[in-house]
Design a protein around this ligand. Structure first.
Ligand code: CMP
Length: 145
């Protein structure tokens, strides 16, 4: 099934952009949209609102607001699962234990500082694409180029 998904490179992995573009291309996903954004605390809280009660929320907000992120809209057959396979398990140490060549295994640090995000369902993908690439062009996420 032809799908769209939202991926982004977290601040400490943005310098791996070239490797990420190579991995996306090798996997046969298409980058339909791409932008560099500096999320504010409020932006990050909205993006991760489903995790607002979790113990790791504070660390997560600090992490994803520490510098700019690179967001992509990816398109392809089963794009949601294919991008999630490409980035690997949430915890990079688990990814490395599996001898995975995933992006988190290669470039992630720990379960919070895992370098990459991918939408987990079609509903999340729609919401998250709209978050980074608002169709209305309204001022919903201003600190982007
Ligand atoms: P992400 O795919 O962006 O979705 C939620 C983020 O919370 C996750 O990647 C990690 O950066 C962070 N996180 C920190 N601890 C955990 C945890 N125990 N389980 C899931 N996500 C976590």
């Amino acid at each position: 099934k032809l799908e769209k998904t939202l991926g982004y490179i977290k601040p400490d992995a943005v310098d791996k952009l070239g490797d990420v573009l190579e991995a996306i291309s090798e996997r046969g996903l298409l980058i339909a949209k791409m932008r560099l954004c500096k999320m504010t605390e409020n932006d990050a809280f909205l993006f991760y609102q489903e995790h607002s009660g979790k113990s790791f929320m504070r660390d997560l907000l600090n992490y994803v607001t520490q510098g700019p992120v690179v967001a992509f809209e990816l398109v392809g057959e089963n794009a949601i699962n294919r991008w999630r396979e490409l980035i690997g398990p949430t915890d990079p140490s688990k990814a490395r234990a599996e001898a995975s060549t995933s992006l988190r295994a290669r470039f992630g640090t720990d379960v919070t500082h895992n370098g990459f995000h991918g939408s987990d369902s079609p509903a999340s993908a729609s919401r998250e694409i709209e978050f980074f690439f608002p169709s209305s062009g309204r001022n919903t996420l201003p600190n982007c180029v």
